[in-house]
Design a protein around this ligand. Structure first.
Ligand code: NJP
Length: 237
């Protein structure tokens, strides 16, 4: 009886590695991305020999898209045991430079997306009295940084949402936790993965391993939060 998971934002970066590591654990998977790059990633994973990969192009900030993802997952695999809310966007600029559209969009994807995906899987997890929801938030939800007020605000919101949801659904056997990384070498905020400047940063494999550990914790154990930093990163404690 293989586990079934949905991973959002799996076209590239952290989400793609989470997808691969879950497949290595024999999890049946739906991967989600808003660009058609998600189809390519799905094909790459199948080319590695993983058969149970359903790649769906969907924008997690739109409820109709999210419902389609959940319906197609149920049609393919019959249940949902794990949701990994990984998709997220970010930009670094002064508060004065942030436009109203940029502010709205970052909240739509980072906060509303987490809400919509979590809401959509809950009935299926409640029915089987088991499920795990893991959200990739950020270490910036634990302190603050400059020139990222919009991004930081979304991650504080995510933290509040997940903590509250965790209490709400505990009686249904559903665990809700967050993985909060510092700087990770990905394509985040229009960056490029694998450039020499980011040699000391966390790697996508570090975050994916944390997610797999959290997801595979025995049912009697709850991991609320994992905070991971590059050893080289200076951060306030
Ligand atoms: O970023 P990136 P990461 N609907 O840009 C997808 C958090 N984090 O892996 O839509 C559905 O390489 C996009 O795919 P596509 C961060 O906040 C990071 O670093 O097809 N999917 C791509 O696969 C975020 O929550 C750092 O273009 C959507 C993926 O999201 C998570 O880590 C530090 C979407 C983004 O891949 C993963 O980000 C930290 C939508 N509307 C937290 N919009 C860090 N990298 O330093 C985007 O503390 N995607």
């Amino acid at each position: 009886n293989k586990q079934v998971a949905i991973v959002t934002g799996a076209s590239r970066g952290i989400g793609k590695e989470i997808a691969q590591q879950l497949l290595e654990e024999e999890v049946k998977l739906t991967i989600v991305g808003s660009s058609d790059g998600i189809k390519e990633t799905g094909q790459q994973l199948r080319d590695l020999g993983f058969q149970d990969v359903l790649a769906i192009q969907a924008d997690i900030s739109k409820e109709s898209d999210v419902i389609r993802v959940v319906e197609e997952t149920i049609a393919a695999y019959g249940k949902i045991d794990l949701l990994v809310n990984n998709a997220g966007i970010g930009f670094f600029k002064s508060t004065e430079e942030v436009t109203e559209e940029e502010w709205s969009r970052i909240f739509e994807v980072n906060v509303q997306g987490v809400f919509l995906c979590s809401k959509a899987v809950l009935p299926h997890m409640k029915k089987q009295k088991f499920g795990t929801i893991i959200t990739i938030s950020s270490d910036v939800a634990r302190y603050t940084i400059s020139n990222a007020s919009a991004y930081v605000a979304t991650k504080y919101a995510v933290q509040g949402f997940c903590g509250s949801l965790a209490q709400e659904v505990r009686e249904h056997g559903i665990r809700v936790g967050t993985v909060n990384p510092g700087m990770v070498d990905t394509y985040f905020a229009n960056s490029t993965q694998g450039i020499p400047e980011k040699e000391d940063w966390l790697k996508v494999t570090d975050i994916a391993s944390a997610v797999v550990y959290m997801a595979s914790a025995p049912k009697h154990m709850m991991i609320d939060e994992m905070i991971l930093h590059p050893f080289a990163q200076d951060y306030p404690i």
